[in-house]
Ligand binder design. Structure first.
Ligand code: TXA
Ligand code: MG
Length: 353
């Protein structure tokens, strides 16, 4: 196993020399993990089929699930997309750089493996100086799925990346924890009205405000796994975001949730299992379990989103067998949080009444 080079950089003003070293890996067909505002991505030259194939292998990702292609300039979209609808221009103007991924019809310069054989491509411009500097210095669009082993919670720090991929990738640019904490929103512009395929860092509410018409793909709010043919985004088909521990999500009004979580904790502990509770600031003092952690206040879902993946990973480090997680309101960033939690639980959802 080769050692993964760790390049520590300032998140605002990254050291030019270190960016240069990282870009060199990309230019030679190598793999570099890097921070974005959402989560850490695992990057490869999007136009180099071999490099992208190596990326799928390093992550153990199924080849039918294409990565997002990252650019540092709106102009780069014209090379990757066959056409850029006027709606897209308005969205890029308003939300880029930022956590919004747009799906376009793809152009011929993109290798098949990069788009998993689809006729569409996912593109975004991240709002992070390290990511932007890396793309610029590499002088190519960078394909980058989240830098975790397939199925695991996405990495919000370089440590998470190394835990999953240490020794499997060339380098990681370490600029500390990410700010948004859940991945970008994926918006399909090849259908009318545009459709959110994955809720994320750009809220549905703000997209609706700008677009007037936009739909949520049924898989986004699904309470059980949907049949394959109904699922338009390949990534929605696979197991996702799951820690080693089993996850159960309890949804409902706060007091009912607390009572139900308590009941479940007792049941699992009677079974001899080590139980963790994923609570919120408002409820955390009301539980007794083996490990209790708070996502943050229910009144600030941006903090909840930022903490989610880190806490799921922490429960594993503490050897918890089962995590009983409180649901939060599915509005604003809460929609992305609930989507990830439900998937992490394999749709083991308990309604508290
Ligand atoms: O915030 C993010 O989006 C992070 C950072 C690194 O930028 N990236 C990320 O990539 O989450 P990944 O590969 O883990 O998720 C990409 C999602 C998957 O659900 C994939 O199925 C979907 O985008 N996707 C990619 N290309 C697509 C396409 N042509 N049509 C529909 N969905 C697509
Ligand atoms: Mg991912």
């Amino acid at each position: 196993m080769n050692k993964t080079l760790v390049l520590k950089v300032d998140s605002e003003e990254p050291d030019v020399e270190k960016i240069h070293v990282a870009a060199d890996f990309i230019k030679r067909g190598g793999l570099v993990a890097f921070p974005t505002e959402t989560v850490y991505g695992l990057g490869a030259n999007a136009l180099n089929a071999e490099a992208v194939l190596a990326l799928f292998e390093a992550k153990k990702r199924p080849l039918d699930n294409p990565p997002i292609v990252h650019v540092c300039d709106v102009k780069d979209v014209c090379r990757l997309a066959e056409t850029v609808p006027s709606q897209a221009e308005a969205l890029m103007e308003r939300f880029w750089p930022g956590p919004l991924t747009l799906i376009f019809k793809r152009s011929d310069v993109v290798p098949d493996v990069t788009v998993a054989g689809l006729d569409t491509i996912a593109v975004r411009m991240p709002r992070h100086n390290v990511a932007l500097a890396l793309i610029r210095e590499s002088d190519c669009p960078i394909a980058a799925p989240s830098a975790n082993l397939a199925g695991r919670p996405s990495p919000t720090s370089a440590e998470h990346v190394l835990d999953d991929l240490g020794g499997r990738i060339g380098a990681v640019l370490d600029a500390g924890p990410t700010v948004v904490g859940v991945e970008s929103t994926v918006l399909d512009l090849t259908v009318d009205p545009p459709q959110v395929l994955r809720p994320g860092g750009t809220t549905f509410e703000v997209l609706l405000e700008v677009l007037g018409r936009v739909e949520l793909n049924p898989a986004v709010t699904a309470e059980k796994a949907l049949r394959m043919e109904k699922v338009r985004s390949p990534g929605l088909r696979h197991k996702h975001y799951a820690p080693d521990a089993e996850v159960v999500v309890v949804e409902g009004e706060v007091d009912a949730v607390v009572a139900k979580v308590d009941e479940l904790v007792k049941l699992y502990r009677e079974d001899g299992r080590r139980v963790g509770v994923l609570a919120t600031d408002e409820t955390v003092s009301r539980y007794s379990a083996d490990v209790v952690k708070s996502l943050g206040s229910r009144s600030d879902l941006s903090v909840v989103a930022r903490n989610l993946f880190r806490l799921l990973r922490e429960f594993d480090l503490e050897g918890v067998d089962v995590i009983v997680a409180e649901g939060v309101p599915a509005e604003g960033l809460g929609l992305a949080v609930m989507n990830r939690l439900r998937k992490a639980s394999g749709y083991h959802i308990v309604k508290a009444r």
